[in-house]
Design a protein around this ligand. Structure first.
Ligand code: HEC
Ligand code: HEC
Ligand code: HEC
Ligand code: HEC
Ligand code: HEC
Ligand code: HEC
Ligand code: HEC
Length: 477
C-alpha cells in the first residue's frame, strides 16, 4: 500500500466586544466604517447582493448551477453556502458547514460580470472539490473573532466569527476599558511608525511566506503590537518572479516610501474607516509637473486589467516614474524592518536550511513547527518517526503528526497503533482526504470491513467526487 502524507495545519481563536458598542459615541465613524468594503468583508449570505441570472457554469468534472437559495448543484451532489467572504468589490467566495466543519464553496460570484463561476484556484483538480477547509487565516483577515475549535483544522462554532468583516477593535485593540470610560484605546495614527504600520500589515501583507513566532501567530496580534513580534513575513524569492503579492509589499518598494521614510504609510492616502482614497495626497509632497495633470495616480498608479483572482493588487502601489518597470526580487528576504531569528529563516525556506532545523530540533527549545517541518523533510528518507512522536508529546492533537506517524507505525508492522492515530486525526479533521483513505485501507488490510465502510462513507461525505474512495468502496463489496 502507498500511504498518503498530510501537510501541516494551523489553529487560532479570537474574541472581543464588538463595533456596535462604539456607535453611540462615534456615530459618524461607525456609519462610514460599516459601509466600507472592510466592514462588509464577510457575513451570512442573503443580503441581496448577488444576481442569479448567470448561475450556470462548467468546471472540471461537472456542470454547476447556483440556486437563489445559495445551493450549488454539481450533479453528483449539492453544497450549501452559508457565509460569504469578500465584500464583492471584486467578487465573493463562500463557505458552508458540513457536520460542524467549514469548507470553501467551489462556486464564487464575480461582480463585474454579475455571474457565478468556478472559485479561483479550483480549475487545477480533475474532480469536484467541496472539501477545501476554511482555515482560520482566511477568517483572521476577512472577519473578526474567528471561532475555530481548538486542535481542529476547520471545525468552527456557528457563526464562525464574532463579527463579520473588519471590526473597530482590529485596528484599535480591545475596547472594553475605553467603552466603560475607564481606560485608553489605541489610535493607530499616534503609534510609532512600525507599530502604526503593523495595524494594516496584519491583513495587507501576505508576502511569499508568513512564519509565526513560536506559540504565536496572526491571531495573537493586537493593534499597538509589532507585527513582527507575532509573525515574520518574507518577500521576494520564488525564482525571481516579478509579482509583489500585496499592497504593503509594493508600497515598500516605491521611491516615495523609501525616500520619505516613516512619514508615508497607508493612512497617507486612505481613510481607514470609509476605505476611500484621497487623490490629492500626492500634493502633500510633490508639485504637479509639465505634461502631467491632476490625475497623478492615473499615470503613476495604473490599474491592472483583471480583478478575477482573489488576491491581486489591482492598483499598482510601486508608484513608479514609469510603471511596470520594477525589478524582480530574486532572493527571499524579510519584509522591511522585520528581524527573523534563524528559526523563522529555517521555516521560511526549510529545504535550504536543513542543518539549522536539525540544530534547533536537537536543542531544548524545539517547538512543534520546527519538528514537523524537519520531519516532513525526513519523510522521504524514512527518518521522521521519532520527530512526530516528539510533536505529539508537545501537542497531542497535532493532526499532521498523527497522520504521518501513522505511516511509520504501519511500515513498522504496528498496524493497530497506526489505525488509532489515523482514527483520531480523521475524527477531528474529516477534510483530510489522505488520512481518511489511509484509515480505510488500513482497516481493509486488518479485515475490518465494517469499519472501512464507515470510514469510506465519511470520506465520501466530505469528498463526494473522490475516485480513490469510490474504488476502495467497490473493492469492499
Ligand atoms: C461612552 C462613549 C464612548 C464609547 C462607547 C466609545 N468611545 Fe471612543 N472616545 C470617546 C471620547 C469622549 C473620546 C475622546 C476623549 C478620549 O480620548 O478619551 C474618544 C476617543 C476615541 C479614540 C481616540 C483616542 C486617541 O487617543 O486619539 C478612539 C480611537 C476611540 N475613541 C475608539 C473607540 C472605539 C473603537 C470604541 C468601541 C470599542 C469606542 N471608542 C467607544 C467616547 C467613547
Ligand atoms: C483585519 C484585517 C484588516 C485590517 C487590520 C486592515 N484591513 Fe484593509 N482590508 C481588509 C480586507 C479583507 C479588505 C478587502 C475587503 C473586501 O472588499 O472584502 C480590505 C480592504 C481595504 C481597502 C480597500 C477599500 C475597502 O474598504 O474595501 C483599503 C483602502 C484598506 N483595506 C486599507 C486599510 C488600512 C489603511 C488599514 C490600516 C489602518 C487596513 N486596511 C487594515 C482587511 C484588513
Ligand atoms: C493575509 C490576509 C488575508 C487572507 C489570509 C485572506 N485574504 Fe482575502 N483579501 C485580503 C485583502 C487585504 C483583500 C483586498 C485587497 C487585495 O485583493 O489584496 C482580499 C480580497 C479578497 C476577495 C475579494 C474581495 C472583494 O472585495 O471583492 C475575496 C473573495 C477573498 N479575499 C477571499 C478570501 C478567502 C476565501 C480566503 C481564505 C481561503 C482569503 N481571502 C484569505 C486579505 C486576506
Ligand atoms: C482598518 C482600520 C480601522 C478600523 C476598522 C477602524 N478604525 Fe478608527 N482609526 C483608524 C486609524 C488609522 C485612525 C487614525 C486616523 C488618523 O488620524 O489619520 C483611526 C482613528 C479613530 C478615531 C479618532 C480620530 C477620529 O477620526 O476621530 C476614532 C474615534 C475611531 N477611529 C473610532 C473607530 C470606530 C468607532 C471604529 C468602528 C466603527 C473604527 N474606528 C474602526 C483605523 C481604523
Ligand atoms: C509622504 C510624501 C510623499 C507622498 C504623499 C507621495 N510621494 Fe512620491 N515621492 C516622495 C519622495 C520623497 C520621492 C523621492 C524623490 C527623489 O528621489 O527625489 C518620491 C518619488 C516619486 C516618484 C519618482 C519615482 C521613481 O521611480 O523615481 C514618482 C513618480 C512619485 N513620487 C509620484 C507620486 C504620486 C503619483 C503620489 C500620489 C499617488 C506620490 N508620489 C505621493 C514622497 C511622496
Ligand atoms: C500614495 C498613495 C497611496 C498609498 C500610500 C497607499 N495607497 Fe492604496 N490605493 C491608492 C490609490 C490611488 C488606489 C486606487 C483607488 C481607487 O481606484 O479609487 C488604492 C487602492 C487600494 C486598494 C483597493 C484595491 C486596489 O488594488 O485597487 C487597497 C486594498 C489598498 N489601496 C491598500 C493599501 C494599503 C494596505 C496601503 C499601505 C500599505 C496603501 N494602500 C497605501 C493610493 C495609495
Ligand atoms: C499623463 C501622465 C502623468 C500624469 C497625470 C502625472 N505624471 Fe508624473 N510623470 C509622468 C511621466 C511619464 C514621468 C517620467 C518622466 C521621465 O521619466 O523623464 C513622470 C515623472 C514624475 C516624477 C519624477 C520626475 C520628477 O519630476 O522628479 C514625479 C515625482 C511625478 N511624476 C509626480 C507626479 C504627480 C504628483 C502628479 C500629479 C500632480 C503626476 N506626476 C501626474 C507622467 C504623468
Amino acid at each position: 500500500m502507498r500511504w498518503l502524507a498530510a501537510l501541516a495545519l494551523a489553529v487560532a481563536v479570537w474574541g472581543e466586544p464588538g463595533s456596535r458598542a462604539c456607535a453611540p459615541c462615534h456615530r459618524e465613524i461607525f456609519e462610514a466604517q460599516r459601509r466600507s468594503g472592510m466592514a462588509r468583508s464577510s457575513g451570512r449570505v442573503g443580503d441581496g447582493f448577488e444576481k442569479f441570472d448567470a448561475a450556470l457554469f462548467r468546471g472540471p468534472g461537472a456542470r454547476y448551477r447556483v440556486a437563489p437559495s445559495y445551493e450549488v448543484d454539481y450533479g453528483k451532489g449539492t453544497f450549501r453556502m452559508e457565509y460569504f467572504v469578500g465584500s464583492g468589490a471584486v467578487g465573493r467566495s463562500y463557505a458552508g458547514f458540513v457536520d460542524g466543519f467549514l469548507f470553501q464553496s467551489p462556486a464564487s460570484y464575480f461582480s463585474s460580470r454579475g455571474a457565478w463561476g468556478l472559485s479561483p484556484g479550483y480549475g487545477t483538480k480533475p474532480f469536484v472539490d467541496v472539501a477545501r477547509p476554511v482555515e482560520s487565516a482566511c477568517l483572521q483577515c476577512h472577519a473578526s473573532g474567528a471561532r475555530v475549535v481548538a486542535a481542529t483544522q476547520n471545525a468552527y462554532a456557528d457563526p464562525p466569527f464574532v463579527e463579520g468583516g473588519v471590526s473597530c477593535e482590529r485596528c484599535h485593540g480591545a475596547g472594553e476599558a475605553h467603552v466603560a470610560r475607564t481606560g485608553p484605546i489605541v489610535n493607530p495614527a499616534k503609534l510609532p511608525a512600525a507599530r502604526r504600520d503593523s495595524v494594516c500589515l496584519q491583513c495587507h501583507l501576505t508576502g511569499a511566506a508568513r512564519v509565526a513566532r513560536a506559540g504565536r501567530g496572526p491571531e495573537t496580534f493586537r493593534a499597538g503590537d509589532l507585527l513582527s513580534d507575532h509573525l515574520l513575513v518574507f518577500v521576494g524569492g520564488r525564482g525571481g518572479e516579478r509579482a509583489a503579492t500585496d499592497h504593503a509589499e509594493q508600497l515598500a518598494r516605491s521611491r516615495c516610501a523609501q525616500a520619505s521614510g516613516e512619514k508615508m504609510w497607508c493612512g497617507t492616502c486612505h481613510d481607514a474607516h470609509a476605505g476611500t482614497t484621497r487623490q490629492a495626497a500626492c500634493l502633500d509632497c510633490h508639485q504637479p509637473h509639465a505634461n502631467g495633470g491632476s490625475d497623478c495616480a492615473g499615470c503613476h498608479m495604473p490599474k491592472g486589467r483583471s480583478r478575477e483572482g482573489e488576491h491581486v493588487v489591482y492598483t499598482d502601489h510601486t508608484i513608479a516614474r514609469r510603471p511596470g518597470t520594477a525589478a524582480a526580487l530574486k532572493e527571499l528576504r524579510p519584509f522591511a524592518g522585520m528581524a527573523p531569528t534563524e528559526r523563522e529563516w529555517a521555516l521560511a525556506e526549510p529545504a535550504k536550511r536543513v542543518a539549522v532545523l536539525e540544530k534547533l530540533a536537537a536543542g531544548p527549545a524545539a517547538d512543534a513547527a520546527v519538528l514537523v517541518q524537519l520531519a516532513q523533510l525526513y519523510d522521504g528518507r524514512g527518518k521522521g518517526g521519532t520527530l512526530y512522536e516528539r510533536v505529539l508529546g508537545l501537542q497531542p492533537d497535532h493532526a499532521t503528526a498523527m497522520a504521518n506517524l501513522g505511516i511509520y507505525r504501519m511500515q513498522e508492522g504496528r498496524g493497530r497503533e497506526a489505525l488509532a492515530l489515523w482514527a483520531k486525526a480523521f475524527a477531528k479533521n474529516p477534510g483530510m482526504l489522505a488520512v481518511g483513505l489511509n484509515l480505510a485501507m488500513g482497516q481493509m488490510q486488518a479485515g475490518d470491513k465494517l469499519g472501512a465502510a464507515a470510514t469510506l462513507r465519511r470520506v465520501l461525505r466530505f469528498h463526494p467526487d473522490s475516485a480513490q474512495a469510490r474504488d476502495l468502496f467497490a473493492k469492499l463489496l
